[in-house]
Ligand binder design. Structure first.
Ligand code: PLP
Length: 427
């Protein structure tokens, strides 16, 4: 038999989905697992969108490859003021989730990917599937954000060219998965200048833009408009990952890209499910109930993830306070020796040890491009009943420690479990 490409590349299934499957299996056996491993926002479908989808159940025709014209238009009108862009300068393409949109943009341009470490798990495997290389540039994480030094970026691009690589694109994700941190605006401006000067395509993965905790979201599209494709979806701010509805805002100045994406789409996914596209019209009409829903969910994400960050800080773990999304990214470096005594030398070891001995599901830093020996984990603060939590919050229950105890007992117990683990390795 011919060789399988995924085997040659050493792939396993995406670690996020695989981890989720393992948790499901353990829970099915009646075992307790504190599920901090999967970034799925737990809130219910807003009633308006439930109704809209039910009303569109008869839609059965293939839609245009680029997507429903009215939906593309409303997405543009909705995001233009939020991203500070002129709608006249953009085309929109609807995709089955933003994951495939990002893949299609990576496919559309020849050349290699500049990958900021740590970054989301799928960027590099996608580049590899396309026969492209990843050029790593480290970010610095702290309570002020996710920092990518523009000088370091320029040097990485130049060094890669000297080595015969062809850096042609970068993916920037802010607020960011895995750290829940934002790139500060002033730094985005400098990164944008480097990318424009070096003719690097930017994929602005702005999927968490509406899950920002403090202040506005800044898209790099504002600062490098002729080089930036914006990618987003309904998966995060509306908790609709299973709807598989993503979209790309493609600047007309990126000549030929929109046509190229439509060609790729027409040969692969054809068009996104018609009922979903019609129903999604209601998500971008600016309805007050939808906007309030997004705001309430974001307040709850902030509360849950802040709680985890504060608990981890109290244990002595390095953990920047999240600024958006629904993750924290603790670094267990202060406990390196204690971990080594238990045979934990890599983030993968740490992840397995916590899963087997402390019922904690997480994701190891190595999945996000980190060196194996960096003892980082991504924890997601989503293991609670979203409907119940949203109702309690709307009924006026204060977001205090008692709220966690009552409505998010797995998050509390997961943190207690981590605390016990730290107790065993503290010198
Ligand atoms: C940073 C980031 N980008 C993109 C995606 C893709 O999401 P979707 O394909 O549901 O739009 C995810 C999902 O977890 C993500 O965390």
């Amino acid at each position: 038999m011919p060789k399988l490409l995924t085997k040659t590349l050493g792939f396993s299934e995406s670690p996020t989905l695989l981890g989720n499957q393992r948790v499901t299996e353990r829970r099915a056996r009646g075992e307790t697992v504190y599920h901090m491993g999967f970034g799925e926002s737990p809130f219910p479908v807003p009633p308006r969108l439930q109704k809209a989808l039910a009303a569109q159940v008869q839609q059965k025709k293939y839609l245009n490859t680029a997507g429903l014209a009215a939906l593309r238009q409303s997405i543009l009108q909705y995001y233009a003021p939020r991203y500070g862009i002129d709608p006249a300068d953009y085309d929109v393409i609807i995709s089955p989730g933003s994951k495939l949109l990002i893949f299609a943009v990576q496919m559309a341009y020849e050349g290699d990917l500049v990958m900021v470490v740590p970054s989301w798990v799928s960027y590099v495997p996608q580049a590899q599937l396309l026969g492209q290389k990843a050029i790593k540039v480290p970010a610095v994480l702290d309570d002020n954000g996710y920092h990518l030094d523009a000088g370091l970026l320029r040097k990485a691009i130049h060094d890669a060219r000297v080595q015969g690589l062809n850096p042609s694109k970068i993916i920037l994700n802010t607020p960011n998965n895995p750290a829940g941190l934002c790139i500060p605006e002033a730094e985005l401006v400098e990164i944008a200048k480097v990318c424009a000067a070096e003719d690097i395509v930017i994929i602005a993965d702005d999927i968490y833009a509406q899950v920002c905790f403090k202040g506005a979201h800044y898209s790099i599209a504002q600062y490098a408009p002729a080089h930036t494709v914006i990618s987003s979806a309904v998966s995060k701010h509306l908790s609709l990952g299973g709807w598989r509805l993503g979209f790309g805002l493609v600047p007309k100045a990126m000549e030929g890209l929109f046509e190229s994406l439509c060609q790729i789409a027409s040969e692969t996914w054809s068009a996104v499910a018609s009922p979903i596209q019609y129903a999604a019209l209601e998500a971008f009409a600016g309805h007050e109930d939808i906007e309030n829903h997004i705001r309430d969910c974001t307040v709850i994400h902030e509360f849950m993830n802040n709680y985890m960050a504060q608990r981890l800080k109290c244990m002595g773990v390095i953990c920047p306070v999240p600024q958006g999304a629904f993750y924290v990214y603790p670094d267990f470096a202060p406990f390196k020796e204690g971990c080594a005594r238990l045979g934990i030398h890599t983030s993968d070891n740490l992840f397995m040890y916590l899963f087997e001995n402390y019922n904690i599901a997480s994701l190891p830093g190595i999945c996000f491009g980190e060196a194996p020996e960096r003892l980082t984990l991504r924890l997601s603060g989503c293991d609670y009943d979203g409907g119940e939590v949203l109702n309690a919050y709307r009924a006026g229950r204060a977001l205090q420690e008692e709220f966690i105890t009552e409505y998010a007992p797995h998050i509390k117990a997961g943190c207690d479990s981590l605390d016990r683990f730290i107790g065993t390795i503290r010198t």
